[in-house]
Design a protein around this ligand. Structure first.
Ligand code: SF4
Length: 362
């Protein structure tokens, strides 16, 4: 029995679901997780701030303490790159302005919860767990990304499922656990509940997930969106094959899938090359290769304030109308307002298709 497989977290199970080969390299071969990206560092700095801020308020019997935010955020930013500073500062202020810390009940802040069942050890660091005077258990997970998920997403979020399981085991299996995603950037908290019956079912599917990993002998490499976040693209034979090998002519679905994988891998490989080339070109200038120059090129771009453009052209005896064009994204925001219907009546359809790729559920 592989004891590494018998110890799981939400993150390890999600890694397996997205790409079994990446799971094997990180959790079984133990060859590391790579350098954290700026969004990861931003997330951990904001989580650290939130934990320290909540602890500070709690220790001092305060519901809020905006005056202490600058001190606490500087601690959270220690050792972090300059590139994330301003965003973390803004998020810390938003967090402090939108949260009150309960002065009663029990609070567990960034604590590890773990449970054992069917020989599986499952654990996770929970951002915040509140146990009220009535015994109501609320598990909160902070999210610092831009995505504001719908209530339906929160109701079926697998991370909240598993965190509910951890809290349920820890607090002697209450009738239900309340779970919440706290979208720090948006100041929005979306709650949901998991009943004891649902949690038992979550535990059963977790056991089944672990058994599937234990029985896996192939650890299939799933070249696709996950490669963007994979630190092991250089070691992954499937990824490298997708980048360098010519796919067969696209004759059927199988060869079309191979070509789509190749496209995804090439996109990631190009991003990686750009990430290495950009700092070099920034410090040393552009690079020339036969028939091509790679690096930074200036492009002139100006904006003309509309009212002044109209005035200047009118003064010159010209009609400004042919030179005016409303930005679609800005006008789109007006469609839900009072002028929406009238705008829909005058708009001309310029829709087209574009060959590209977009993220979908794995
Ligand atoms: S490079 Fe892509 S396919 Fe290979 S292990 Fe990483 S995520 Fe999986």
């Amino acid at each position: 029995m592989n004891t590494a497989v018998r110890e799981q977290s939400h993150s390890s199970l999600e890694t397996y679901r997205r790409c079994p080969r990446k799971y094997r390299m990180i959790y079984i071969d133990d060859i590391g997780r790579g350098e954290p990206t700026d969004p990861m560092l931003r997330g951990s700095a904001v989580h650290r701030f939130a934990a320290d801020y909540v602890k500070h308020c709690r220790e001092n019997g305060l519901e809020t303490d905006l005056s202490e935010v600058p001190v606490i955020v500087q601690k959270a930013l220690k050792g972090m790159p300059d590139t994330i500073r301003s965003e973390v500062l803004a998020l810390a202020h938003t967090f402090a302005e939108n949260h009150t810390v309960p002065t009663g009940g029990n609070l567990y802040v960034e604590e590890e919860f773990g449970g054992e069942f069917d020989g599986i050890r499952f654990r996770g660091f929970l951002d915040l767990v509140e146990v009220g005077a009535t015994g109501r258990v609320v598990v909160v997970d902070y999210k610092t990304d831009w995505q504001l998920r719908s209530q339906a997403d929160v109701d079926r979020d697998p991370q909240l499922d598993r965190y509910a399981l951890l809290a349920w085991l820890h607090f002697d299996q209450p009738e239900e656990i309340t779970v919440a995603l706290d979208f720090v950037r948006h100041g929005v908290v979306r709650e949901s509940t998991r009943t004891a019956e649902q949690i038992q079912s979550i535990a059963r599917s977790l056991v089944a997930d672990v058994k599937q990993i234990e029985e896996d002998e192939e650890f299939e490499a799933r070249v696709g969106a996950e490669c963007q976040w994979c630190p092991h693209t250089r070691r992954c034979e499937a990824f490298q094959a997708a980048v360098v090998e010519n796919t067969a002519p696209i004759m059927d679905e199988e060869t079309a899938v191979l070509a789509a994988q190749r496209r995804a891998a090439l996109t990631v490989a190009l991003d990686a090359v750009n990430a290495e080339l950009k700092p070099w070109c920034s410090a040393n200038g552009n690079v020339q290769i036969p028939g091509l120059e790679v690096g930074f090129f200036s492009s002139e771009s100006y904006r003309y304030p509309v009212t002044e453009l109209i005035r200047v052209l009118k003064d010159a005896g010209m009609d400004a109308v042919p030179y005016l064009q409303a930005a679609t994204t800005k006008v789109k925001k007006l469609l839900g307002g009072p002028a929406g219907e009238a705008l829909k009546a005058i708009r001309k359809d310029a829709s087209s298709t574009r060959f590209s790729q977009k993220k979908v559920k794995a």
